[in-house]
Design a protein around this ligand. Structure first.
Ligand code: DC
Length: 219
């Protein structure tokens, strides 16, 4: 079974998708982490993403895989566990530019389809219901007020030891949404057949419950 969960930045996709995956016992796939992992490599190796040759070498050289470490779903790129590094502000600010590149998207979408088809998955991102799995069994699109999203991001950043003002975070989130939804290739869009869920006033367990109920009531 493929359950697609899309939505803008910090709309609650990851927490919700993880919860749904745990309850329904279906593997979880965070596609944003894949674009973040590539962005981490682009930054650390100082790769010029405007140069097709550099892009080609980058894509032929990378290996992305997921592994559970101490109960957490971790992402490895070229055997390095980058799960924490990809949440940095630097990666967050640059990931929209990297994920807008068609060659990078093509390669990631192939990998996402291969992983997803293996055992089914609860897969979250921006283009899952529209491009990666347009025939997904269930599609959800999460939205939330920008202030609520910035407050959630603030809590995440505090866990990483970073501090930022709410205004700066709101600005960053809106900027990223604009870039992600206005790019030429696979922009952030709600699939016509996706169910929209506004998470602004919902608790995490309520978000998860809404999706699980929708799926189990239909079965
Ligand atoms: O979900 P996230 O914030 O970790 O995603 C990071 C970025 O990756 C997001 O700003 C856009 C990009 N992305 C994408 O283009 N397509 C996806 N399916 C998932 C994420």
């Amino acid at each position: 079974m493929i359950i697609a969960i899309d939505g803008p930045a910090a709309s609650g996709k990851s927490t919700t998708a993880k919860g749904v995956s745990r309850i329904l016992r279906i593997p979880y796939l965070d596609t944003g982490s894949m674009y973040r992992a590539i962005t981490h490599i682009v930054i650390t190796k100082n790769i010029d993403i405007t140069q097709p040759v550099e892009l080609k070498i980058l894509l032929s050289d990378i290996q992305i895989r997921f592994e559970i470490v101490n109960g957490e779903n971790c992402i490895f790129i070229n055997n390095e566990n980058v799960s924490s590094l990809i949440r940095s502000t630097e990666v967050t600010l640059f990931v929209s530019a990297v994920s807008a590149i068609p060659e990078i998207r093509k390669s990631m979408v192939e990998l996402q389809r291969a992983i997803g088809k293996e055992n089914g998955c609860v897969i979250e991102g921006r283009d899952i219901g529209t491009v990666v799995f347009p025939n997904a069994d269930y599609k959800f699109f999460l939205v939330a007020d920008v202030k609520v999203r910035a407050e959630r991001r603030l809590v995440d950043l505090e866990k990483l030891g970073e501090t930022k003002s709410l205004d700066d975070l709101m600005f960053e989130i809106e900027k990223r949404d604009l870039l992600d939804s206005s790019r030429e290739h696979s922009p952030l869009r709600q699939a016509k057949d996706a169910i929209e869920i506004d998470t602004s006033l919902l608790s995490i367990s309520e978000q998860i419950e809404k999706i699980v109920k929708h799926i189990t009531n239909k079965e």
